[in-house]
Write a protein that binds this ligand. Structure first.
Ligand code: CP
Ligand code: NVA
Length: 307
C-alpha cells in the first residue's frame, strides 16, 4: 500500500493486517501504554470541507504515536488562491512524511497523490471514505466476531461511504443489501468492481424488505457535503428511507445500527434509534482513532517495531 485513496488500494491480507494492528493499538491505549512509533514524523492534514471526527482522530492519533499533525485549511493555503495541486504536493512532500486530505472532488486527491513523494490518505472525497470504513469494519468485527455470516443493509443514499463499504464487503465476504431511492444508487463502476472481486451485493428498493435479514443496518445523511443545493429535493426523494424503530422491528432482534456521523436526527435516522439499544455509532466513531493509527503506522512506521 503506497497511498490509501480507496478501499480497493488494499489487498484482503492488507485489510486484515490493518484491523489486527488497530485492535492491538486500541488495547495499548486502553492499558495506557505510551508508544512513540511515529516519533519525528509529521502528517499534513488538508481540509477542503469541514470535519470533527476525521480531524480530531487523526491529530490525536499522531500525537499518541509520538508524531505531529498540521491542520491546513484549504483557504489558508495558497491552494485557496489557485496554487496548482501538483506544486503543493511536491512542496509538502519535502516537509512531511504523509498527507491526509479531505476534498470535494476525488480527482483532486488523485492529482495530489500522482505528484506526491509521500503517502496520501483519503480523509473523504465525493467518491469514497476509506478511513471511515476501516473503523466500521473494526466495529463490526467487535460486535459480530467475523464478516462471513454478516449481512449489512445499507439504507438511504448510495454515497461515498456506501461506495467504500461496497468494496470492503467484497474484500471481507460480508453480504450487502443496498436500498436506495431510484437515481441515488451507488457508483456503478464500484459496484461492478466489487462484483468482479466476488462481492455479494443485492439491490432491494424497499427498505422494509432490505432489513429483514440484516445483522447490521447502516445509514448516512441524505445530503452530503457539497450537495446542499439539492437538500429540498433530497428530503422529498428519501421519504420512506428513515431508519426508525418501526423499521428496526422488521429486522433481527439483535440487529446493530451504524452511522458514520454527523447524523441529521429526524431525517435519515430518528433520535430514538441513535439513543436506543441497537445503536453502536459512538463505538464506531471511537474506532476512527484506532483504525487510523494502524493506517499511519502501515504507511509511515517501522514494521519491526510494531509487530
Ligand atoms: N465521519 C466523519 O468523517 O466525520 P467528520 O466529518 O466529522 O470527520
Ligand atoms: N456522506 C457524508 C459523510 C460525512 C462524514 C458526506 O460526504 O458529507
Amino acid at each position: 500500500m503506497k497511498h490509501l485513496l480507496s478501499i480497493a488500494d488494499l489487498s484482503r491480507d492488507e485489510l486484515f493486517e490493518l484491523l489486527k494492528l488497530a485492535e492491538k493499538l486500541k488495547e495499548e491505549r486502553y492499558k495506557g501504554i505510551v508508544t512513540d512509533y511515529l516519533k519525528n514524523k509529521s502528517l499534513a492534514m488538508i481540509f477542503e470541507l469541514p470535519s470533527t471526527r476525521t480531524r480530531v482522530s487523526f491529530e490525536v492519533a499522531m500525537s499518541d504515536l509520538g508524531g505531529h499533525a498540521l491542520y491546513l485549511g484549504w483557504n489558508e493555503l495558497q491552494l485557496g488562491r489557485g496554487e496548482p495541486i501538483k506544486d503543493t504536493a511536491r512542496v509538502l512532500s519535502r516537509y512531511v512524511h504523509a498527507v491526509m486530505m479531505r476534498v470535494r472532488d476525488h480527482s483532486t486527491i488523485k492529482e495530489f497523490a500522482k505528484h506526491s513523494m509521500v503517502p496520501v490518505i483519503n480523509g473523504l472525497s465525493n467518491l469514497e471514505h476509506p478511513c471511515q470504513i476501516l473503523a466500521d469494519l473494526l466495529t463490526i468485527y467487535e460486535y459480530r466476531g467475523d464478516f462471513r455470516d454478516v449481512t449489512l443493509a445499507w439504507v438511504g443514499d448510495g454515497n461515498n461511504v456506501c461506495n467504500s463499504m461496497i468494496l470492503a464487503s467484497a474484500l471481507t465476504g460480508m453480504k450487502m443489501v443496498i436500498s436506495t431511492p431510484e437515481n441515488y444508487e451507488p457508483n456503478a463502476k464500484i459496484v461492478e468492481k466489487a462484483k468482479e472481486m466476488g462481492g455479494k451485493i443485492l439491490f432491494v428498493r424497499d427498505p422494509k424488505k432490505a432489513v429483514e435479514e440484516a445483522d447490521v443496518i447502516y445509514t448516512d445523511v441524505w445530503t452530503s457535503m457539497g450537495q446542499e443545493d439539492e437538500k429540498n429535493r433530497r428530503l422529498a426523494d428519501f421519504r420512506g428511507y428513515q431508519v426508525s424503530d418501526d423499521l428496526l422491528k422488521l429486522s433481527k432482534d439483535d440487529v446493530v445500527v451504524m452511522h458514520c456521523m454527523p447524523a441529521h436526527r429526524g431525517e435519515e435516522i430518528t433520535d430514538e434509534v441513535i439513543e436506543g439499544k441497537h445503536s453502536i455509532i459512538f463505538d464506531q466513531a471511537e474506532n476512527r482513532l484506532h483504525a487510523q493509527k494502524a493506517v499511519l503506522l502501515k504507511l509511515m512506521g517501522r514494521e519491526d517495531e510494531i509487530y
